[in-house]
Design a protein. Sequence first.
Length: 310
Amino acid sequence: MDGRNTTAVTYFILTGLSEYPRAQIIFFCLLLVSYLVILLGNSLILFLIHYDSRLHTPMYFFLSNLSFLDICYTSSSVPQIIINCLARISTISLGECLAQMCIGLYLGVVECLLLAVMAYDRYVAIGDPLRYSVRMSPQLCALLAVGTWVSAFLLTVVPTLATPLEFCGHHIINHFFCEVLAVIKLACNDLRLNKLLMMATSSLTLLAPFAFILASYGRILGAVLKIRSAEGRKKAFSTCSSHLTVVVIFYGTAIAMYMMPQDKTSRDQDKLVSLLYCVVTPMLNPLIYSLRNKDVKEALRKLQGEKKVP
């Protein structure tokens, strides 16, 4: 290996906030609260959609997929980060690290594609309301949902397995968890093919869906402006505002991480940015959709009312 240390790596050390021991306790508390909010909030959304028949529509079908996805996404890394906050030295085996990297990347791409599908659903609902139930049939909704999970697998897991990484010597990851960009910087094999595949995947899973979402909202804006009544325009905008808020937060941070030039070493700011899309966004999703969505609030009031009945 041209004079480099060729000792085989069997484990990694995650630095996290080890340089700031006092901040670890505060970080532990904040992360624990955030994770509980994610679990409880998204579980509540799933329950309400299943419980209230008025929410059995394509929009809430995709929202239930998003809530389930957010629970899985955060559970793939956040519990370990919480535990590591209490450890003097945070270690993870090579196999566990690569598995966490693949699962996190896969679920993140699923969310990218699912948000694009949700934008299409909103476009059909506003642009062609009379044929909405026909165009967004249960069969098509199921096909789109399954398609996002399968497409993400083909775009992430398959290329990752086809181009394995080799590690020899460096085993300190400057991150909270095995995030793909932090891990790949420690690989000692030729990464030209890996980086080429990553750039292609990032374009297909970030730029292309984001462009599709922008185009969808451009069409939605045109359809809304044709609505004569102010009340109708307000209602149309309200059905899109929650989704658009989630899109801006998630895609903004993900594009900043994966589409910008990368240094050879991991930076502390990269760790903080990654927390925005793997913790903050899943935590805000149920809050955004419940606080800004009239149907969800009515379903919650209905549930509370039935509980008060003796």
